[in-house]
Structure formats: structure tokens, C-alpha cells
Write a protein that binds this ligand. Structure first.
Ligand code: CA
Length: 341
């Protein structure tokens, strides 16, 4: 999450492979021997043992086991994904089997969801929708060894090596803190892990132990995953019971080039601005509440939405308004059908 590359892996994990024009990766950059023997690898080990008290021999052993994966370099250096229109994106995530899977997941972990709502103030439907969109409720957790993914990107992918070296360091810290074997943890090709696809730094900041066994395990433990996704939202300012988004009936009430269709994800206007332009939210909302109007391409015609602070919080998980809308729609479908059952 939090990364374009992760949303790409999500689309792949949803069975949609959009990225056909892969850039061939030159063999020239290939490391000789193991990563633990390269100059960068030696410096990395030195720094991590100096700063965080790791045993050098142990780190050297782990990094010596890391395998360069050309498929990962291919995935990450593929040109930006085709920009999907909303109706195309929606089809990937808002489907009967996604909804049925979510209802079953909500039933199975009812107690954890109730506790996440009470203790962390985050809607269970939003939590379930995130886990549904990320991994189909834990069914697609990623098949790459995270050590291989992060080492390959840290040492053989210069454009983002600084970022991935930090994540590799965070990975070793996280596995030490949780008592995981760094050689065994699996995840996406970009190193995102578990039900909610946390990258290592997010894991350390936001994953929590939610079943009381003193381990924050979002890799195999759905209860910890539910608590951790809720914690991520709580820490990013989710407002319990606050409005998320609503569709405006008349999509033409704002011209496609209106200055009120702001570009940044963060709402930079107020509800009063939109009221002044003739857009009236259905829900009763204060004039000074932050809002952002967005236009989406529907199956047959454009849609106009007003989105609010909580919608912005969803996009802190993945910086895309299409992602935010998929999570919101899935959460609404889960809410309406769960309430019926
Ligand atoms: Ca736990």
C-alpha cells in the first residue's frame, strides 16, 4: 500500500494483468555473487549492525540468502499502468464474489470487527473492504519472499534504491521485533505483506497485536490484521461516523473544467463552496467541512461525487481516488447486505 507499485500488484492479484509492455532488464546491472558480498551490501550490513545492534554475521547470512529476482525488476520497471476509467476499475473489485467473501469474513471475525469499531472507531465495513481489495480477504498474500523482493529492489534497482534500502532495514527490524524468520516471510513483489499488504515501515508503525498473544501478525492472523488496518485508519484521522462521499444526482451541475474539480487528493474546498455552486449534499453537513468534488467515468455517463475527509483518509492507504471509491463502494455493498442478513 501507499505505493503505485502496490496498486499495480493488486490489480494483478485480482487476476487482471494490464502490463504487457515490460521493459527488458539489462543483465549488466546484475550483482556478482551474493548481495552480502557487494560493496553496497557490506555497507548496508555495517550500518544496520552499527545503528541497531544486529549481529553482523547473522545479517550477512540472511543477505547472503537473498536471491535477485529478475521478474521483480521486470514488474517494477514496467511502464506506468494503463489508466483505467472508473467503470473498468470498479469491475475488478465490486463483484458478487467479493461481496460474498466480505460478508463471510465479517461473520467469521465478528468479535474482532466489533472490537475494532469500539476501540479504534473505524467502520468494520471499511476495514473489511480494504482487506477485500488488497488481498481478497487474505486469499492472495503474494508469492515472493520479501527478503528477495526488497534486496533485489534495494541493490539492483537504482531509481528507488534509497527507498527500498530503508524498507529492507525496516524489514529486518520488523522481523526481529515480531520474532519472524526473515527468510520465510512472503509478500508482493514490492515487499507488501499480509492481509492488508503493509510495507515494512508501515508494519512497524501501524501493525498491532489485536488478539493478545504479544505478536502483531498480519501475515497469518486475521484478527491482528483487522486491528492493524483499523489502527492505520485511526492514526490517519478517520472520524467515526463521519461522512465519506456521496454522489450528486446531476453530473452536469459542475462543468468538466470547473475550478471546483480540484486536482489534489486532499479536500481543498469547503462544503460551502459547493453549496454556492448549487451542489447540495444529501446529508446534513456543516458549511466549513472539507470537501472535494470528483468526476468519474461511469458505464454510461459521467458521475459527480462530493468526497469528504474520511474519503481522503482511505486514499492515505493507497494514493488514488479510484482506489478510494472502490473501497467505499465495496464497504457500502457490505453494509447493506450485512444489515439484511
Ligand atoms: Ca497477535
Amino acid at each position: 500500500m501507499n505505493m503505485q507499485s502496490v496498486s499495480r500488484s493488486l490489480l494483478c492479484s485480482a487476476g487482471i494483468f494490464l502490463f504487457v509492455a515490460a521493459v527488458p532488464v539489462s543483465a549488466e546491472g546484475a550483482s556478482e555473487g551474493t548481495y552480502s558480498e557487494t560493496r553496497d551490501g557490506v555497507a548496508f550490513i555495517q550500518a544496520l549492525s552499527d545503528e541497531h545492534g544486529f549481529d553482523r554475521a547473522e545479517l550477512t547470512g540472511w543477505l547472503g540468502e537473498a536471491e535477485r529476482q529478475d521478474s521483480i525488476l521486470k514488474s517494477i520497471s514496467t511502464p506506468a499502468e494503463k489508466t483505467l476509467e472508473w467503470y473498468e476499475y470498479r469491475r475488478i473489485f465490486i463483484r458478487d464474489e467479493q461481496i460474498d467473501g466480505g460478508l463471510a469474513f465479517l461473520r467469521e471475525h465478528r468479535e474482532a470487527f466489533e472490537r475494532a469499531e469500539t476501540e479504534l472507531g473505524v467502520s468494520k465495513y471499511i476495514i473489511a473492504a480494504i482487506i477485500g481489495v488488497e488481498t481478497r480477504y487474505g486469499r492472495y498474500l503474494g508469492n515472493h519472499r520479501v527478503l528477495d523482493a526488497l534486496a533485489t529492489l534495494a541493490f539492483d534497482y537504482p531509481p528507488r534504491s534509497a527507498f527500498f534500502r530503508r524498507e529492507l532495514a525496516e524489514f529486518f527490524l520488523m522481523t526481529r521485533e515480531q520474532g519472524f524468520d526473515p527468510l520465510l516471510v512472503k509478500g508482493s513483489y514490492a515487499g507488501a505483506m499480509g492481509y492488508g499488504q503493509f510495507i515494512s515501515s508501515s508494519y512497524r508503525h501501524y501493525a498491532i497485536d489485536f488478539d493478545g498473544d504479544k505478536v502483531a501478525d498480519i501475515l497469518t492472523n486475521p484478527v491482528d490484521a483487522i486491528g492493524s488496518v483499523a489502527n492505520y485508519f485511526a492514526r490517519h484521522g478517520w472520524v467515526s461516523g463521519g461522512p465519506v462521499a456521496e454522489q450528486i444526482a446531476d453530473a452536469d451541475s459542475l462543468a468538466a473544467d470547473s475550478a471546483l474539480l480540484t486536482s489534489g487528493l486532499k479536500p481543498s474546498r469547503t462544503i460551502a463552496d459547493y453549496r454556492a455552486a448549487g451542489l447540495e449534499p444529501v446529508s446534513e453537513l456543516p458549511d466549513d467541512g472539507p470537501a472535494r468534488a470528483i468526476r468519474l467515468e461511469g458505464e454510461e455517463q459521467p458521475q459527480l461525487w462530493l468526497t469528504y475527509h474520511n474519503f481522503y483518509v482511505i486514499t492515505r492507504y493507497n494514493h488514488s481516488h479510484l482506489y478510494g471509491m472502490a473501497v467505499f463502494e465495496l464497504s457500502r455493498a457490505l453494509r447493506s447486505q450485512h444489515d439484511e442478513s
